[in-house]
Design a protein around this ligand. Structure first.
Ligand code: SF4
Ligand code: SF4
Length: 390
């Protein structure tokens, strides 16, 4: 294990970047609260090819070429014009795209938060500096085990040096996701991975592996115990969101009652430029992004998806939770806080949650606070022309 030596310059730039990012996130949140007529998060595939071949994965191949850069830039422009606030590049392995830096730079130029999901194999100090210069906001690496096995080579042993380089050089936020589910042979690895992530100053999350339809593989008692231990390591707002009843039901194999807003607030754009619900429901609605209209958006916003009760796609769950907060702020916040406090009586809610509590629960004047927040964050200006009519 190496000593992490982060330069004073990197530390200063990291701090400045964090402040700017928090402001942009607050603006994203204010916009999501103010209007239901734009996508919050889009996951875009710049390349389907991957340099690994995890046996549980159905999101990669071994041969596809990268999507042409000018096409990718047009897709980002289109998403920005629709008012999308977060754009995530994933794959396959997105770091195999030759113009990844330019794609990230373009996302930032168009005012969205830029996020990258990678297996981390291509991370080097020089590559991290390029991602810094491009303006990346978040990087997520998912690590499946401590030692590589025949299921997955996304292993702490292989990736640990890469994580140390990230701790030294990255000016963006890094999240390490560990997973639980039946294909994972040593569930306690998730805790080792999460502890190492925290030690290096990263955020740690834990996900539940889904089957090829995005549906739940129920966890054993041991898996559940580890799941809760990993969550308990993290006190941030992100983990706070994870503590809600969705995650609790997921680990118990119980259905959730929620409205999936995929195809509206969440869009999955495949390598062919088609809009799908999510990575596990490709083929629906499969409409080209450039022809996606308000009619499509509204239809999918209101549609009930039969796969929702046992869904484990946490990014869509979290995106949809923003709408439940927008529609019922008091009930949602009270429910979240009560659950969290029941598990951890000493829990101190993060600043943002305390502010929301004051605005929406104590004062009771949602409209006034929402308007004021929009003005303060300069989020009352349109981000794009919005979703066009058919
Ligand atoms: S690294 Fe990611 S995209 Fe590649 S095979 Fe594994 S899970 Fe799939
Ligand atoms: S409920 Fe939504 S996010 Fe989950 S699998 Fe179905 S379409 Fe995808």
């Amino acid at each position: 294990m190496q000593m992490i030596k982060t330069s004073a310059r990197t530390l200063a730039r990291r701090k400045a970047g964090r402040i700017g990012r928090k402001l942009r996130e607050a603006r994203m949140f204010a916009r999501a609260m103010h209007s239901a007529h734009h996508p919050i998060l889009a996951q875009v595939i710049p390349i389907r090819r991957c340099n690994l071949a995890c046996t549980y994965c159905n999101e990669f191949d071994a041969h596809s070429p990268p999507v042409a850069t000018d096409q990718m830039l047009r897709r980002i422009d289109r998403l920005a014009a629709l008012g999308t606030t977060i754009i995530t590049l994933s794959g396959g392995e997105p770091m195999l795209h030759p113009d990844l830096d330019e794609l990230i730079r373009h996302i930032r130029r168009r005012g969205a938060i830029a996020t990258l999901i990678t297996n981390g194999y291509l991370v080097t100090p020089e590559r991290i500096q390029r991602l810094n210069r491009a303006g990346l906001d978040y990087l997520q690496i998912s690590i499946d085990n401590v030692l590589p096995d025949e299921v997955s080579k996304k292993s702490l042993k292989v990736l640990d040096r890469k994580l140390e380089w990230l701790a030294e050089h990255a000016e963006f936020e890094v999240t390490i996701n560990s997973v639980l589910g039946s294909p994972v042979r040593h569930p306690e690895d998730a805790l080792t991975i999460a502890r190492r992530a925290r030690e290096l100053g990263f955020t740690s999350t834990v996900g539940v592996l889904h089957d090829h339809n995005g549906q739940l593989w129920a966890l054993s008692e041991e898996h559940r115990r580890i799941f809760e231990s990993v969550l308990a390591l993290n006190k941030s707002l992100f983990s706070f969101a994870h503590y809600d009843r969705f995650q609790e039901n997921i680990t118990r194999g119980l259905p959730n009652e929620w409205h999936c807003r995929a195809g509206a607030r969440f869009l999955y754009i495949c390598e062919d430029g088609l809009v799908h619900y999510c990575s596990q429901q490709r083929g629906r609605p499969a409409i080209p992004l450039e022809r996606y209209t308000r009619e499509d958006f509204e239809r999918e916003f209101h549609k009930t998806k039969s796969c929702a009760p046992y869904c484990t796609i946490s990014c869509v769950l979290q995106t949809s939770m923003l709408d439940s907060f927008r529609e019922k702020p008091r009930e949602t916040l009270v429910q979240l806080l009560d659950r969290r406090k029941a598990r951890d009586p000493g829990f101190e809610a993060p600043l943002l949650v305390r502010a929301l509590h004051g605005m929406f629960i104590q004062s009771g004047n949602k409209a006034r606070w929402s308007k004021l927040a929009l003005r303060l964050l300069r989020a009352d200006r349109p981000v794009g022309p919005g979703i066009p009519e058919a």
